[in-house]
Design a protein around this ligand. Structure first.
Ligand SMILES: Nc1ncnc2c1ncn2[C@@H]1O[C@H](COP(=O)(O)OP(=O)(O)OP(=O)(O)O)[C@@H](O)[C@H]1O
Length: 258
């Protein structure tokens, strides 16, 4: 084991009443990479994410962060280590403005035991940081807009800003382009590319065109097991991967590159 893998699983297994949803998965995510977890419907991708972020306890196996076991840590401890899941954990509040949502996320990071942000000066500091984060995701002009009134793609960008507020080392992105039109997809791809600088990203993504454009490494899951791993070119050429995708409603490689 070397430190170059920031996140690793060994023999990770999850059974649901005798049904093995995740079966002996050895995942190795290299520091600084954008790593995709792909696979047909029901392959176990979401379950792996739920295991990594402690929404579910594993039946067997180990999870390591920078070489140290984190299998028995709680969700908040994992987040404090810098392993932060976007889109589900950092859901935004519909009736707050974009700015207020980012501020809440920043305050959450400071923790309720710290009250220094209540001083005038630190409030200003929070505002400055919130504006910076909104700017980073291209939402500066939405600062005072209620989240409920923002277009869908912009809401997802706001979720990225609230995730960045937690200062993640590893960002886990759960289908970041789901339900988006082409224009929003392009914007989110650029956004992920930008915010991944100096960070590691692990993402579940169905859109293979997004995966091919963004990801350094891809792990393909099928029926709970790792079917293949490599860069996009290697994985998309693999006959086992092609077969696994046939008959599923996921995009084929041809569709993705069309
Ligand atoms: N809580 C649960 N209880 C029982 N079975 C479950 C549970 N969660 C997931 N499963 C089953 O485990 C398998 C893997 O599901 P999972 O949602 O992880 O797949 P996925 O790859 O994320 O699929 P999709 O691409 O459709 O989101 C599926 O057969 C699913 O029905």
């Amino acid at each position: 084991m070397t430190q170059e893998f920031i996140l690793e699983t060994r023999g990770l297994t999850k059974e649901f009443r005798g049904f093995t949803a995740v079966d002996d998965v050895n995942l190795r995510v290299r520091e600084g990479h954008i790593h995709a977890l792909i696979g047909p419907n029901g392959a176990g991708k979401t379950t792996v994410f739920n295991l990594l972020t402690k929404f579910l306890p594993p039946t067997r196996g180990e999870i390591l962060y920078r070489g140290k076991p984190i299998t028995n840590m709680r969700a908040n401890e994992i987040a404090r280590l810098g392993l932060v899941r976007s889109f589900q954990i950092s859901a935004v509040f519909a009736h707050m403005t974009a700015m207020e949502n980012v501020r809440v996320a920043l305050q959450r990071r400071l923790g309720t035991s710290f009250h220094f942000w209540k001083s005038e000066k630190s409030l200003e500091h929070l505002n400055d940081r919130a504006i910076e984060l909104l700017d980073e995701v291209g939402l500066k002009e939405y600062a005072d807009v209620l989240t409920v009134e923002m277009p869908y793609g912009r809401k997802r960008a706001l979720e990225v800003a609230t995730t960045l507020a937690l200062d993640p080392t590893v960002m886990l992105l759960d289908e970041p382009t789901q339900g988006m039109g082409a224009e929003d997809v392009d914007r989110i791809v650029e956004l992920i590319r930008r915010v991944s600088k100096g960070r590691t990203v692990l993402m579940v993504e169905h859109n293979l065109s997004v995966v091919s454009r963004l990801c350094d490494r891809i792990t393909v899951l099928a029926r709970g097991s790792v079917l293949a791993e490599g860069d996009y070119e290697a994985v998309s050429r693999d006959p086992r991967v092609r077969e696994a995708y046939m008959g599923s409603d996921a995009e084929t490689e041809e569709e993705a590159s069309a």
